[in-house]
Design a protein around this ligand. Structure first.
Ligand code: NI
Length: 168
């Protein structure tokens, strides 16, 4: 499931009780595991569906919150040329972190859970989260995006080196 390209969700399925229940379960799983994003293939559904939520951090954090957001059939329309290196984790591989270069900005088109279309320019950490989650819909894992597998480390090593759990 994790390596397979997921299917689009038919617009007629939006609002379907089964889909709403899946979305609810995805938020539950993501929050319980302390993640900031989750894609449906990670919970066994090969559908182009992502949930994200970045909770408000301490006042020192530069990471702005994202309210609970549902992205149905998300598509990256364009990305900045510039890429930035940053550490990522994945709820499908708990307790591992690795450095991945991601585009600094990405413009994403998606439908919300009510079928309304949005086009949003995500920046920095937010753009990283969206690129990571949309990769899941194409069966791509962050380890495949790493320039150098040498940076792969356990969460313990990561916290010793960087002293924080920021990332996901
Ligand atoms: Ni992931």
């Amino acid at each position: 499931m994790l390596r397979r390209a997921a299917s689009n969700i038919a617009p007629s399925s939006i609002g379907d009780p089964h889909l709403m229940e899946l979305i609810r379960q995805m938020f539950y799983t993501m929050r319980r595991k302390g993640g900031v994003g989750l894609a449906a293939p990670q919970v066994g559904f090969s559908l182009r569906l992502v949930v994200v939520e970045v909770k408000a951090q301490s006042s020192k954090s530069k990471i702005a919150p994202i309210p609970p957001t549902v992205l149905i059939n998300p598509e990256i329309l364009s990305s900045s040329e510039e890429r930035v290196n940053g550490y990522e984790g994945c709820l499908s591989f708990p307790n591992v972190r690795g450095a991945v270069r991601r585009y600094r900005n990405s413009k994403v088109k998606y439908l919300d859970q009510f079928g309304k279309e949005h086009v949003v320019e995500f920046e920095g950490f937010h753009a990283r989260v969206l690129q990571h989650e949309i990769d899941h819909l194409d069966g791509v894992l962050y380890t495949e995006r790493m320039d150098d597998l040498e940076s792969l480390m356990t969460l313990n090593e990561f916290e010793k080196q960087f002293g924080s759990r920021v990332s996901k």
